[in-house]
Design a protein around this ligand. Structure first.
Ligand SMILES: [Zn+2]
Length: 256
């Protein structure tokens, strides 16, 4: 079985000094593609550097809503122009996060929209982070569509977002959160989301799946997530594994 981790932060400082051995464990598990996601200018640059070192790694560059004011879309565009190595597959993670800070909503929205514009200009899809902001996320995605594809990362289904994802053909990425107890409420949504629009991710080093909570999460844990997804979608692990792998190739235009 081959696995594609569509969202991992091996550019996080938690991996300083151990990135090589941790990546090797992932490759040994059958993970043959990993997207390294930036959250500001520096981590985006590191994502590109890692993608230069390993053929299995791809880079996604962008400014996370929590870094509003610290990095700019102009810096991300500059990175793209300066270092584009043919392995930058999306703009992300971008979006809205009102969980940590909610007194800068207008700045977050402007940053999100500017990066959708950048993705459209560079002909790249977007990877969206949304937390406690589903209504504003919905509004922005509806009014400022990403022309080359939208992937909702760390997807916790809500009525608005599930409807929008289905209507617009957005892809959704499920990670460790579907193994948690609270995911019991997902079933009704899971039945509605077409399997052709689903990919998997770890959000490494965060969000380790059950029963590994409290440990360093890496792409080697994808089999646990896939097994849970198979359960939710009433399919065999092999069958859904092949589908989500191919979905990932299609979304990031790596078909071959
Ligand atoms: Zn992330």
């Amino acid at each position: 079985m081959k696995y594609y981790d569509t969202h991992a932060h091996f550019n996080d400082e938690k991996f300083n000094g151990i990135v090589e051995e941790e990546l090797q464990k992932c490759f040994d598990t059958g993970v043959d593609k990993i997207n390294i996601i930036g959250y500001n200018t520096e981590s985006s640059k590191k994502a590109i550097e890692l993608s230069n070192l390993y053929k299995q790694l791809y880079a996604i560059i962008g400014v996370h809503p929590s870094d509003v004011g610290l990095s700019t879309p102009e810096e991300i565009e500059e990175l793209y122009n300066k270092y584009n190595n043919g392995k930058i597959v999306a703009i992300g993670e971008i979006g809205l996060d009102y969980y940590w800070v909610s007194d800068n909503k207008e700045e977050q929205k402007a940053l999100f929209i500017a990066q959708i514009d950048l993705a459209n200009k560079l002909k790249l899809p977007i990877v969206v982070h949304t937390r406690d902001a589903s209504l504003d996320t919905y509004e922005i995605l509806k009014n400022h569509p990403a022309e080359y594809g939208t992937l909702l990362h760390c997807f916790s289904p809500t009525d608005d977002l599930v409807r929008l994802a289905i209507e617009r053909g957005y892809y959704v990425a499920f990670g460790g959160n579907i193994t948690y107890n609270r995911a019991k409420s997902f079933q009704g949504y899971m039945d509605r989301i077409p399997v052709e629009q689903i990919v998997i991710e770890t959000d490494s080093p965060y969000l380790p799946p059950e029963p590994l909570r409290g440990t360093l999460n890496t792409s080697k844990n994808l089999p646990i997530i896939l097994e849970k997804l198979a359960y939710w979608k009433h399919m065999s692990v092999e069958e859904i594994g092949e589908i989500v792998y191919n979905n990932s190739l299609r979304f990031f235009k790596l078909d071959k």
